[in-house]
Design a binder for this molecule. Structure first.
Ligand code: ADP
Ligand code: MG
Length: 725
């Protein structure tokens, strides 16, 4: 029989690779060359049409037919000069990362072949939607779906092998308007927070007309050689290892973080970055991560909708380019036991139309009151909707990461840093301040100079799931496979809602209190009192925190079924309806899909564990055991000491028996779970009845890995997966 592991190791040892060479040396010479961006629009459209289009985009209005027709014509000629033959409406379905259906520009008209692309095909398309998951929406409404152009994210050319396709970013909705994708609600949440934040800004600065959200998504991932990957059915089927004993050397030395990036890996990085940069994805940072074989890529932050499209596209590019380099990218949150998992830190802030970051403290007291307002409202949003934010990060993969080695726990808390915490403390404790005529209000309120040093001096707390890092919040609980649209939609909605509350309370306060600043402080003080128990400055990884959080009444929702329940509360439904982000039907559809996805993921893992145990592990162990038995008989004949061999045979027998029994029991539990009608109860059964077997079976398999002859072991070992590059 072909020994996959042996073959794979040989292949890795003899890997040759071609150095990727780029003809351009300066990035600015080719950056965004595959994007139909602002400059292209300008040069291809008349001034009048261009201005109307920009207005529509800025206000999120419907694009008129004549504009669409002009853009379509321009897009077609721009794309065709670049060798593009097909176009597609590119969207984020509810499951998986992106989807597309390619149509050719080419068609036969009146017997003549020609290339054609009309405005209506730009604006709207009806994909064969039946195969996309919808969580029951389409059957409820008996409606089909269509995709509609999201003009705020520019079209781009995606090159796969020798096919060049014009991709038009779109939303995917049913004919009744219910969202069938992740982009539509994201755009609604962006509109909600724009409206609420702009209104709040008006108290400070009448010039503010628009507030946008920014996202800088730091993406962590592992790289594994392709041949080793192929020899691990668990990686192929589940994206993570289900078995594997820790290598003698893991990440104890912490030398990987600062270490130099292996040459073959750098080569891969340069190529995928180049492709990303051509698509206008501003990737800037590359480095090793803490675990061996783990890396990170981060772009410069961008407007949230675009940043989200770019993150999803980037993951796709990485997977494809990795193949060329005989690597496989693992985006899974916890591909290896015992070493760090991967997250996707979502750096988030709010920025006005003229580029002022509302979460950036300045030296001007007046601006700082505005800064404090947005800071406190965000803290309150996290406090009030902590469970929803937790739900927004929930997945079977992330369950293994949250609360694990060097990952934030499932308890949501906010880290502000010592400086800011003391400012908030001060505000909290100060009883109503009397401000007389001519008094310097800011001085009296103790906020005359929120130290500018905060910016240079932000303490870093890498253990927090939601940390303020100088001029932005960093949502770290998000898992590495997640579409950022999901957590960002929840965060935007929650903050928008608190900003609305702020405005309401402030208006009431202003009826009593004439000094605006004092009125604002009064509302903020109330908010701080209500939400300060979400603030936590110390080590989130510690056991003490789990206990303390419990005393504080903070929830610790450790599993996906528990966490997802938050989407179903009356409070959540009301929130999303108030902010016009999800209807209850849409919300229910999503929750249903996520529960279902959880069940499927755990079910697949459970089956793979069963198959691998019975087809790979046990037969290998028995073969080795037979060899030992021969050895034992020989020793006995010669009347030599058999103690060691006897012990080995006994240990192996016991592990085999345990594995066999537990696989059987697990299969029974799975059958019972599958018979459960209610989807939530089924998810819970998979979580609490099926999943616990994983670790128990693994324990024995990993023991066998240590006992059985290395030459016979079928699965590439951790040391090979992690260190062979
Ligand atoms: P780290 O958190 O690893 O120290 P950085 O501080 O360099 O990394 O920033 C991480 C990410 O945060 C980058 O993608 C960066 O562009 C982004 N970022 C910086 N400022 C903002 C902002 N105002 N809004 C959103 N993201 C931002
Ligand atoms: Mg970071």
């Amino acid at each position: 029989m072909l020994k996959l592991r042996e073959e794979a190791i040989k292949e890795v040892a003899h890997r040759k690779y071609q150095l990727f060479e780029r003809k351009e040396s300066r990035i600015s010479d080719f950056y965004a060359e595959n994007v139909f961006g602002d400059a292209e629009m300008r040069s291809h459209l008349s001034v009048e049409l261009y201005e109307r289009l920009v207005r529509c985009i800025d206000r999120g209005e419907r694009i008129d037919y004549d504009i669409a027709e002009a853009v379509a014509t321009a897009l077609k000629s721009w794309a065709m000069t670049r060798g593009v033959t097909h176009y597609t409406h590119w969207f984020h379905p509810l499951r998986g990362t992106t989807a597309e259906k390619h149509d050719a520009f080419f068609e036969i008209r009146n017997g003549q072949p020609m290339e054609h692309f009309k405005g209506s095909s730009l604006i709207q398309q009806e994909p064969d939607a039946s195969s996309f998951p919808h969580g029951g929406i389409r059957s409820t409404f008996e409606a089909r779906g269509y995709t509609a152009w999201d003009a705020s994210s520019p079209a781009f050319i995606y090159e796969i092998a020798n096919a060049k396709t014009l991709c038009i970013p779109t939303v995917f909705v049913s004919f009744t308007g219910a969202a069938l994708d992740n982009k539509a609600p994201l755009l609604k949440s962006i509109a909600a927070i724009d409206k609420a934040a702009t209104e709040v800004c008006q108290y400070f600065d009448k010039e503010v007309q628009k507030v946008t959200v920014s996202l800088g998504a730091e993406q962590e991932y592992f790289l594994v050689d392709r041949s080793l990957f192929m020899a691990r059915p668990d990686l192929v089927m589940c994206g993570r290892t289900l078995f594997g004993h820790s290598p003698s050397r893991g990440q104890q030395l912490s030398d990987h973080y600062f270490g130099s990036i292996p040459r073959r890996v750098t080569n891969f990085m340069v190529e995928f970055e180049t492709e990303a940069l051509r698509l206008g994805i501003p990737v800037r940072t590359r480095h090793n991560e803490v675990a061996p074989g783990q890396f990170e890529v981060a772009p410069q932050f961008e407007e949230l909708n675009l940043g989200t499209d770019h993150n999803v596209l980037l993951m796709d590019i990485m997977e494809r380019v990795a193949e060329k380099h005989d690597f496989r990218v693992l985006f899974h949150e916890k591909p290896f036991k015992g070493i760090n998992g991967s997250g996707k830190h979502n750096n988030w802030s709010l920025i006005t139309q003229d580029g002022r970051n509302l979460l950036s403290p300045t030296s001007k007291a007046k601006e700082n009151l505005q800064f404090l307002t947005f800071l406190v409202c965000t803290v309150k949003a996290v406090h009030d909707y902590a469970d929803l934010l937790r739900a927004s990060t929930a997945s079977a993969g992330n369950d293994l990461r949250l609360g694990g080695h060097e990952a934030p726990p499932a308890i949501i808390s906010v880290f502000l840093g010592a400086q800011l915490s003391s400012v908030l403390d001060e505000l909290d404790k100060n009883a109503n301040v009397k401000v007389g005529k001519g008094d310097n209000v800011y001085l009296k309120l103790g906020i005359s100079k929120i130290p500018e040093i905060i910016l240079d001096n932000t303490d870093r707390n890498r253990t927090s799931p939601f940390a303020f890092t100088g001029n932005k919040f960093e949502f770290r609980a998000v898992g590495s496979t997640a579409n950022p649209a999901i957590p960002m939609t929840v965060l935007n909605t929650a903050v928008a809602d608190v900003l609305c509350q702020f405005k309401l309370l402030l208006d009431k306060e202003l009826e009593k209190e004439t000094k605006k600043e004092v009125a604002i402080i009064n509302v903020l003080r109330r908010f701080i009192k209500q939400s300060k128990n979400i603030l936590f400055e110390r080590d989130n990884y510690s056991h003490d925190w789990v206990e303390e959080a419990q005393k504080r009444g903070l929830t610790n929702l450790q599993t996906t079924p528990e966490a997802l329940a938050a989407y179903r509360s009356q409070e959540s439904k009301a929130l999303f309806e108030r902010q016009a982000v999800f209807t209850p039907v849409e919300l229910e559809a999503r929750t249903h899909l996520l529960m279902d996805e959880y069940v499927m993921k755990v079910q697949i893992e459970s089956r793979v564990i069963g198959d691998l145990s019975l087809n790979h592990i046990i037969p290998t162990a028995i073969k080795y055991q037979n060899m030992l038995l021969e050895n034992y008989n020989g020793l006995t004949q010669l009347k030599l000491d058999t103690k060691y061999v006897h012990g080995l045979i006994k240990d192996i027998s016991e592990h085999i028996a345990q594995i066999q029994q537990m696989v059987e029991d697990m299969t029974e539990e799975r059958k019972r779970a599958n018979a459960i009608e209610s989807e939530t109860t089924r998810a819970e059964a998979y979580c609490h009845k099926v999943r616990p077997y994983f670790e128990k079976i693994r324990y024995h398999v990993d023991k066998l890995e240590l006992l059985v002859d290395n030459d016979d072991w079928p699965l590439p070992k951790y040391r090979e997966l992690l260190f062979y590059k």
